[in-house]
Write a protein that binds this ligand. Structure first.
Ligand code: BES
Ligand code: ZN
Length: 622
């Protein structure tokens, strides 16, 4: 008895990190009882009803002899029938119960089986409001004639279009038959055949096991053009040539990453260019990264996004965070690898500029978030929304930590170490604790003088950035600082600044270093010299419009409104909505724009904008 209560006391005092970090608080699934090993989809794409309808057949692997329930994640699915069988025997109908809908996690689906059947087949249809799908009318596409639809499953939206175990700790292979109108091409995160006849009836196979958040589908007027024998671009016909030109270095990026971290293991690597409403910059769907058209800047200045999505083919898709608490294992590793690819292809100056920009963003964000969220190894926050964990900590603090290790151990040791991490955990999920153990065994033990355990733990479990973090200097940014100061302190007119050789990164840094507000006439001067208002470069627009709004430079508003209505990429438009929401007049303008823009926004983007506007309305600005 004494012993028991002692144990209990010990358990209660154990730090949060001692919990099982494989557990996923964002899924109802019970992978310790039974796991999906393969998924077979048979779906029809209905553009009139905004619906996918058909069946999902799950191959099960039972882990507990006594288990009789299969618990799945769903969100807003209409389920008409569930059947089960073993082998090729007859399907028999089985009982299921759909629990009440939870706002964040959807509805738990419990299928009760009289015995441990090998397969379960679910007949279902998605809701027109499915959080993981966007349906675009022809008018919202480049061609203007064919409708378009696409999925965005990460983090927990796969459950809104497939009933499954929606957790990154479960991996499965899949096949699919997808029917569309005959003039529409369908693609998936699978073996897309560049030469497939466009006939409205498509089959896919993904023979490598993937987690649910990498399930992806898109359909529209899509054509293919190659970049190399194994890489190419799918896009609307109006966009495809520009995209091939912009992303012509993709094959070189694959080759560089292979030379660092071992073979690309997924067969083809294609890019799908989405309409501008795509809510993210990119999404690493295996074999087919989904890419926003806003990175087609015309000068290849934003291709680090391709490096990023490609890098996920190692960090994330091959070795996957076991739960979203350890998202830095996906995004921090990927941001680090992205920077290595950029350095190898475009040089250290560019890579350093990109590190400086991202770290400035990290510092700004860190000032806004509570200390307990500033750690890489997040504690379980039951009931929290994994989308909250999307910020700069996982990405930029994660990448910074890996750069720290690289500098301390040297590339000769660190590059093979990272490659061994990917090889040793390929097609598996991993936790921070497993990384820590691997780091100790494979790197620290061999060179005990390089870093201390306390230093490692400061990165992984303490808030903020350790004061021993390596600094990155950029001489090109020093020149931008000097130019900005010359202008701010009236030593030079804007048009006399030496900016002709500046790249997107320098313009971004130039704008980010501006004071909170400027006199409107000063923005007139900048605009006359540099034509920021109306820029086609989303990274510049993302910084210019908030500055102009804060500075009450209302001449920018018509172009700002066009920008907010055309683009649905959350990261690009949210700063402008935030600047608008800070004044009563701006808030009214933002609400008007949102009303017009909403039909073209993805549910993810609408949700973010609505939350922001509601918050501003609840606490009105003076
Ligand atoms: N996997 C992410 C996108 C994501 C993360 C979607 C979490 C949903 C939840 C993707 O690889 C990514 O990081 N995209 C970035 C671009 C990158 C260059 C930082 C984006 O979309 O901005
Ligand atoms: Zn990423």
């Amino acid at each position: 008895m004494r012993c028991l209560s002692f144990l209990l006391a010990l358990l209660l005092t154990l730090p949060a990190t001692a919990q099982d970090r494989h557990a996923d608080e964002h899924s109802y699934a019970q992978p310790d009882q039974v796991r999906i090993r393969d998924l077979g989809l048979d779906l029809a794409v209905d553009f009139d009803k905004h619906q996918l309808a058909g069946t999902a057949t799950l191959q099960l692997e039972w882990a507990n002899e006594a288990a009789r329930e299969l618990v799945l994640d769903t969100r807003d699915l209409a389920i008409s029938k569930v059947e089960a069988r073993s082998g090729k025997r007859k399907w028999r109908e089985v009982e299921f119960a759909l629990a009440q809908r939870d706002e964040r996690f959807g509805s738990k689906l419990t299928i009760t089986l009289p015995r441990q059947y090998e397969q379960v087949r679910i007949a279902y249809a998605t809701s027109p409001q499915a959080s993981g799908l966007q349906w675009l009318a022809p008018s919202m596409t480049s061609g203007g004639k064919t409708p378009f639809m696409f999925s965005q499953s990460q983090a927990i939206h796969a459950r809104s279009w497939v009933p499954l175990q929606d957790t990154p700790s479960v991996r499965f292979t899949y096949t699919a038959r997808i029917r569309t109108p005959a003039d529409v091409m369908a693609l998936m995160s699978a073996d897309n055949d560049p030469a497939a006849p466009r006939d409205g009836d498509y089959t896919f196979a993904m023979p490598q096991a993937i987690p649910s958040y990498l399930m992806a589908i898109a359909a529209g007027d899509l054509v293919f053009k190659p970049i190399s024998g194994r890489a190419g671009v799918w896009a609307e016909p109006q966009v495809v040539d520009k995209a091939v030109k912009e992303f012509e270095d993709t094959e070189k990026m694959i080759a560089v990453t292979e030379s660092l971290y071992g073979p690309y293991r997924w067969g083809r690597y294609d890019l799908l260019i989405l309409p501008p409403s795509f809510p993210f910059g990119g999404m690493e769907n295996p074999r087919l990264s989904f890419i926003t058209p806003t990175v087609i800047a015309g000068d290849q200045s934003l291709v680090s996004l391709i490096a990023h999505e490609l890098a996920h083919s190692w960090s994330g898709n091959l070795v996957t965070n076991a739960s979203w608490k350890d998202m830095w294992l996906n995004e921090g590793f990927t941001s680090y690898v992205e920077n290595r690819i950029v350095e190898a292809l475009y040089g250290k100056e560019r890579a350093d500029m990109e590190f400086v920009i991202s770290r400035n963003g990290l510092k700004a964000e860190m000032a806004q978030i509570p200390a307990e969220q500033q750690v890489l190894m997040l504690p379980a926050r039951v009931g929290s929304d994994p989308e909250d964990a999307l910020g700069a900590i996982a990405y930029d603090k994660g990448a910074w930590f890996l750069q720290f290790l690289e500098l301390r151990f040297g590339r000769e040791a660190f590059d093979p170490f990272l490659r061994a991490w990917f090889d040793g955990h390929a097609f598996q999920s991993a936790t921070s604790e497993e990384f820590l153990a691997f780091l100790k065994a494979e790197l620290m033990a061999k060179n005990p003088a390089a870093v201390t355990e306390a230093e490692v733990m400061a990165w992984m479990t303490a808030p903020g950035i350790p004061d021993f973090a390596p600094a990155t200097e950029s001489p090109r940014f020093a020149a931008v600082d000097a130019a900005r100061a010359d202008w701010l302190e009236d030593r030079k007119a804007a048009r006399d600044l030496k900016t002709s050789a500046w790249t997107t990164q320098e313009w971004v840094y130039f704008l980010e270093g501006m004071p909170e507000t400027l006199a409107p006439e000063r923005l007139v001067e900048l605009d006359q010299a540099f034509r920021f208002t109306g820029t086609g470069n989303g990274e510049i627009a993302q910084r210019w419009y908030p500055l102009s709004e804060r500075s009450q430079y209302f001449e920018a508003r018509p172009a700002m409104s066009l920008f907010l209505r055309k683009i649905g990429r959350r990261k690009l438009i949210m700063p402008t909505y935030e600047a608008l929401a800070a004044t009563a007049d701006g808030l009214a303008f933002a609400s008007q724009i949102y009303l017009m823009a909403k039909p073209g926004y993805h549910p993810i983007t609408s949700a973010s904008v609505e939350a922001l506007l509601a918050k501003a309305k609840a606490a009105p600005a003076q």
